[in-house]
Design a protein around this ligand. Structure first.
Ligand SMILES: Cc1ncc(C[n+]2csc(CCOP(=O)(O)OP(=O)(O)O)c2C)c(N)n1
Ligand SMILES: [Mg+2]
Length: 391
């Protein structure tokens, strides 16, 4: 954002500002300008000694890479929203306003050895782990060449250390404890990480998984993504206790961070990962954030009515991408460098969406819908090859 003072000199404050999309961005993001109070609030946790030490390891290229990941996550969602509006797909689950929780957490991992299980609001993790962005779009098209073969929009790729999530909330907590147990048994120096929604913390599967992970001290990091709502139910309506005390009840070490501050998420997740690598896992990172959109694109109006408008204004001022961009400018990153990242990311996302759209009509053959999976220790393709119990 450029400003001109009375004598016509440009005030070199926030010179670059990423493009906003009136048709797709939440209204609070459209004329977004960094608020000085929020900028101070952004810096505060980064002064905490052990967090500061991790952030000091990032060089200018590393910081720009994080900006790239944040922006790509935002634009991926905007591209999906455009697909919904233009009738390519009927619905999309987006993470608008929550990008930092995904990007910061994955940036704290070693993608070549650690394994993540991203929930649908953590789509930004997939390209960070090396999955082609076009595959993220193909997942939504249910095309035969999508990573799930067209079966499911929850996608993963074990070649790239991304476990396809189960859509049932809470179940991945136990599954990732199992992944961490496998690491331990194989003496592999690796960490498992997944995200748990505030709503998912209330499931039985989550409780069982955490108890198991804690008891066996497994190397698994659970990032609680508290976006203050579960589908249409506000946090205060789905639980009475505080999530701050929650990990302690399981005997699990935890850190709290600002989920709209990518560097704070990165630094706290790095501490959690270090705990696991030191054999003292598991660990919980509680990231406080806010869902700026609907549960998915179908209920955006209801979602806006779930909370008072002031709350959207407050969190809107805390746009994780905008805040990080403003922070980088304060740190002296050049306007040209930021603009160059934006040009790159925009064309990367456009290209990926266009490439995926070419598969739009490549539906799986009808009999592939029966079954394709693993059972009784060997791969089975098609329901006719499954051993059926006949009474
Ligand atoms: C066991 C189970 N119950 C209900 C659902 C339907 N459902 C899908 S997402 C969701 C809300 C999830 O809320 P939260 O865990 O806070 O994650 P968020 O959507 O806010 O990211 C519900 C109820 C489900 N997928 N699994
Ligand atoms: Mg939630």
């Amino acid at each position: 954002m450029s400003e001109w003072n009375v004598v016509g000199f440009r005030v070199p404050r926030y010179l670059h500002s990423m493009k906003r999309y009136p048709a797709y961005d939440p209204p609070e993001y459209l004329d977004w300008d960094p608020d000085p109070i929020e900028m101070r609030r952004f810096r505060a946790p980064l002064q905490i000694e052990e967090r500061a030490a991790r952030i000091a390891q990032l060089d200018p290229d590393g910081l720009l890479e994080i900006y790239h990941h944040l922006l790509r996550t935002r634009l991926h969602d905007i591209a999906l929203k455009r697909w919904v509006r233009t009738g390519v797909i009927s619905k999309a689950w987006l993470g608008t306003g929550e990008e930092a929780v995904t990007v910061g957490a994955v940036a704290a991992l070693a993608p070549e050895r650690d394994v993540v299980c991203p929930m649908i609001r953590n789509a930004g993790a997939l390209p960070m782990m090396g999955m082609p962005l076009s595959d993220c779009f193909r997942g939504y098209l249910a095309s035969v060449d999508s990573p799930s073969g067209g079966r499911d929009l929850h996608i993963g790729d074990m070649e790239r250390n991304v476990l396809q999530p189960i859509s049932h909330m809470g179940t991945n907590v136990a599954v990732m404890a199992g992944v961490a147990l496998a690491f331990r048994n194989r003496r592999q120096d690796a960490v498992a990480l997944t995200w748990i929604g505030d709503g998912a913390t209330k499931t039985a599967a989550c409780h069982e998984g955490l108890t198991f992970a804690a008891l066996l001290r497994l190397p698994v990091v659970y990032v609680i993504q508290n976006n203050q709502v579960a589908l249409g139910t506000r946090l205060a309506a789905h639980g009475r206790g505080s999530l701050t005390d929650w990990a302690a009840a399981y005997g699990i070490r935890s850190w709290q961070c600002d989920g709209n501050n990518v560097l704070d998420v990165l630094a706290t997740t790095a501490l959690a990962v270090a705990t696991c690598r030191a054999g003292e896992g598991p660990a919980v990172v509680l990231a406080e954030t806010f869902r700026m959109g609907g549960h998915a694109t179908h209920d955006e109006r209801e979602a806006r009515a779930t909370f008072p408008p002031e709350l959207f204004r407050e969190w809107g001022q805390r746009d994780p991408v905008g805040l990080f961009e403003a922070y980088l400018m304060e740190e002296g990153v050049s306007q040209d460098a930021l603009a160059a990242v934006e040009v790159d990311v925009t064309s990367e996302v456009d290209r990926a969406a266009d490439e995926a759209k070419r598969s739009r009509d490549a539906s799986p053959p009808p009999d592939a819908a029966f079954y394709d999976g693993f059972s009784e220790g060997y791969p089975l393709v098609g329901i006719q090859k499954r051993p059926m119990r006949r009474e």
